[in-house]
Design a protein around this ligand. Sequence first.
Ligand code: FAD
Length: 409
Amino acid sequence: MKSILVIGGGLVGAACAFRLQQAGIRTTLIDPGNKRRAASYGNAGHIGAEQVSPWSTWGNVLRAPAASFAVGGPLDFRWSDAALVLPWVSRFLGACDAKTVARGRAALSSLLHDTMSAWQLLARDVSAPDLVLPHGHVTAWTSARAAERGRQSAERTNWGATTWRDLNAEELARYAAIMKRPPREGILFSGTGQVRDPQGARDAILGAFAAIGGETVSGKVTRIDANGALTLESGTVPRADAVLIAAGAWSGALMRQLGQVAPLISERGYHVQSPQHDWPEDLPTTVFEQHFVVFSRFSSGLRATSCIEFGSPDAPGDARKWRLLERRIADLGVRFSSTPDRWVGSRPTLPDYVPAIGRLKRAPNVLYAFGHAHLGLTMCAATAEIVAALATERGSTIDIAAFAIERFG
Ligand SMILES: Cc1cc2nc3c(=O)[nH]c(=O)nc-3n(C[C@H](O)[C@H](O)[C@H](O)COP(=O)(O)OP(=O)(O)OC[C@H]3O[C@@H](n4cnc5c(N)ncnc54)[C@H](O)[C@@H]3O)c2cc1C
C-alpha cells in the first residue's frame, strides 16, 4: 500500500494518520474541521489503563435504575432516538453473558497493558514528551459509608496491570485546601495518567503529521464503495490505495454503505470547564464516585465531566445535564466559573464495549478503527500502532481477532 485516506480527525484518526505517514504511506486525513464536534475535544483526558472490564455486565444492568437521570444520576436515554437506542440495548444485553464479557476483558487487557508506554512513545515521536502526566488518578468519597462500599468494590475489581493504595492524610489535606466538601477517603492508582490537554494532544499529533508530509483535507465523506472509493460532500472524489474509517460515532453509517453491520451508539457525555479555579497542576484526575463527576485539570482550565446519554451524535445538548454538573460542583464546593464553557460530545460505543480495529473482510482495502467508547483517548496510541502494522502487513504484536467488526455479523 502506497497511499491511504483516513476518515475522521479525532484522536484515533489523528494518531493513526501520524503512524501511517511515519511508516512511509502517503496519508491524507479527511475531517470536516469542527474541533468541538469530536469526542476527542471535550473528554476527561484520563489514560484509563485500569478499565479492563467491559461495561456490558449484568451488574451494570442492575445498577442502572439507581444511576438514572430521573433520580439525579448520570444515565439517560433520548427517547426521541428510541429507534437507534433500543436495538443497541438489545445487543448490549446479549453481550452481558459471561463468555462475551471474558472475551471482552481479555481483548481490553491486551490493548490496555502497554497503553501508558504507547502514549509516552507517541508523545515523544510528535515532539511533545511532556504531553503525558503519568501521575495516576484518584477515586474519592465524601462519606464513610460510600468509602467503605467503594473500597470493597475496588478490592473485588480486576484493574489490569495497574495498582492502587489509600490516600494518606497529607494527600487528603490537599483536597481540603481547595473544596468545601473534601473527600474523607480516596484511593490513588498507579500505572494510569492523563494528558495535559485533550485538544492540545490532538493538535500536537496533527501538527507532527503535517510536519512529516501528511495532508489534511477539510470535508465530510458522504459515500464510500466496496473498492474504498470516496465521495465528499463537496463532490470531490479523492483516491488512494486504501481507506481507514476512524469517524468515531459516525463510523456506523459508513460501514453500512459497505454492507457491514457496525452497531454503534452515541454515549453522549457532558463537560463544563472553568478558566478560574484553584486545582493544582499536579493533583491528578479525580473521580467523585458518589457525585458521578470527574475533575481534570488541563492547561486550558479545570474541567468537570459526567453523564451517559444514549442517543444520536447529532442531537443538541440537554441543558439539564449541564445544570446537574454545575449543581454537583457547587455541592462539592469547588471554585468554578459561574458561566463555564458547556460542551456535549459522543462516545462511540459498540454493544460489547470492545473497539473495532482491523481490515474489512468484504472490502480488504478498507481498514477501520472506531468504537473506543469511554477509552478512545486512552487507546488511540496503541490503536495507531496496530493500524500501522496492518497497513504495512507487519503483523501486530497483539492478537487482534477479538477486535474484528465481523463479530457482529
Ligand atoms: C464526557 C466524555 C469524557 C470522556 N473521557 C475520556 C477519558 O477520560 N479517557 C478516554 O480514554 N476517553 C474518554 N472519553 C472517550 C473519548 O473521548 C472517545 O472514545 C474518543 O475521543 C473517540 O475518538 P475518535 O477519534 O474515535 O472519535 P471523535 O473524537 O468523535 O472523532 C471523530 C471525527 O470524525 C469526524 N467525522 C465524522 N463523520 C465524518 C465523515 N463522514 N467524514 C469525515 N469526517 C467525519 C468527526 O467530525 C470527528 O472529528 C470521553 C468521552 C466523553 C464524551
